[in-house]
Design a protein around this ligand. Sequence first.
Ligand SMILES: C[S@@+](CC[C@H](N)C(=O)[O-])C[C@H]1O[C@@H](n2cnc3c(N)ncnc32)[C@H](O)[C@@H]1O
Length: 251
Amino acid sequence: MDAPSPSWQRLYADETFSWIWPPAYEPNSNPPELEQILSLLKPHKEARFLDLACGLGWLTIPLALRGFQVTGYDLSDAMLTRAQQSAGHVNAQIEWVRGDMRSLPASWTATFDCVTLTLSEFGCFHDSDNQRVLAEVARVLKSGGCFLLDIVVNRDELILNGDRNNSFDGGGFFIADKGSLDILSGIFTRAFQWYHQGQRHETSWQIRAYTPPEVKRMLDQAGFRELSAYRNYAGDSLTRDSAGMVFLAQK
Ligand SMILES: C[S@@+](CC[C@H](N)C(=O)[O-])C[C@H]1O[C@@H](n2cnc3c(N)ncnc32)[C@H](O)[C@@H]1O
């Protein structure tokens, strides 16, 4: 197993980069994405969920409040601590586990009805470890269980629309964001630069951008059989201009 991607680990362990952190749980929110995700997964009432790389828990907590049995799993202590605090405020009962998604606990074999991996950096490892994540998900799902995999890039779209330059508000300061794809390796890099309190900062992250057929092949190889792909949780069709990809796979 390769070392975990250092850029990702740094970004999710350090408050300096909170501008890139995933969405936090908003108390009393009823995120529309929750209904859409449940429409795709169609879980039974007592379903047991694993929210993999759960971040700050925007999905983990509403799932638990809906009455499902939920485990939130993440590598980052900072994320888990925040998510746990948010869950405490609304009395959501969740099992929180810290770990690497490439190696899930041995005791979890055939435990879950549904696994979610949302807003995911699926692709932040080398190909063999990305495949290993899928194999681990297949292992911990019960037979017939469903996996929702939401990937933040689509190589077809990156090819279609080319390199990109954006800027966004990082919370009182602007961040320049340059995205470029290396054609041969398939690695997409986002480089960020910003000035804060008179000082220049920069960082970057990288991800292996897959095409939809590549992800399908990897899911097949991991042992999933029924498979559908969408451009979003609403279930709209996946096209080459979809910036992200949502796969629904059944074991
Ligand atoms: C973009 S966030 C998405 C969080 C959440 N799923 C959501 O939809 O908001 C990615 C999360 O993956 C976690 N992560 C990164 N590498 C991981 C690994 N190897 N194993 C488990 N979690 C990891 C990060 O700590 C972070 O919380």
